[in-house]
Design a protein around this ligand. Structure first.
Ligand SMILES: [Zn+2]
Ligand SMILES: [Zn+2]
Length: 198
């Protein structure tokens, strides 16, 4: 009896939105977490916005529900985070538009380990994981005879900010380093996006 049951395959939870996979029940949850047909959640950091929808609807959601997020055009811009000394967990978010795509820049200050505040900076593509592989980004802090650089492939918003921060797959620095580069409590991060070989 057990053998028969284990051979049964179930359709993915997102079959109605286009996924054609059938899976063993033990593989189903793992796949559904990363399924490309899973609806997109609002990419804004923090859990306050519960919006979900298609990839095509993400930008109009951001423009209507998160009007305060500014957008800069171009592949090479400065992401200016003001008042980085604000206490507690804080997020700074802005959009960068280039190569016909929108990228979300996030700087998050949080206490991942008790009593140790850190900054996490990352670039996400408003797009699929596959599209994200066509790009690279560079984050750079420039100060007096000092430079801190991070280069990586942008994350898809399908993965989200939280997963990247959890794995420290982003530019990570502590408050002492932030102060080396900040000017009057404001931190300018140079962001450069480039395309890489297809
Ligand atoms: Zn699926
Ligand atoms: Zn939202």
């Amino acid at each position: 009896m057990e053998k028969v049951a284990s051979a049964v395959l179930f359709p993915c939870k997102y079959a109605t939105t286009g996924c054609s996979l059938t899976l063993h029940h033990t593989e189903k949850p793992e796949h559904e977490d990363v399924c490309e047909y899973r609806p997109y959640s609002c990419p804004c950091p923090g859990a306050s916005c519960k919006w979900q929808g298609s990839l095509e609807a993400v930008m109009s959601h951001l423009m209507h529900a998160h009007k305060s997020i500014t957008t800069l055009q171009g592949e090479d811009i400065v992401f200016l985070a003001t008042d980085i000394n604000l206490p507690g967990a804080v997020d700074w978010v802005m959009m960068q538009s280039c190569f016909g795509h929108h990228f979300m820049l996030v700087l998050e200050k949080q206490e991942k380990y008790e009593g140790h505040q850190q900054f996490f900076a990352i670039v996400l593509l408003i797009g699929t994981r596959k599209q994200a592989e066509n790009f690279a980004y560079r984050l750079e802090l420039n100060g007096n005879r000092r430079r801190l650089t991070w280069e990586a492939t942008p994350r898809s918003i399908h993965d989200g900010v939280a997963a990247a921060i959890m794995n420290s797959d982003c530019l990570v620095f502590d408050t002492a380093i932030a102060h080396l580069f900040a000017d009057n409590g404001n931190l300018g991060i140079n962001v450069t996006i480039s395309t890489c070989c297809p």
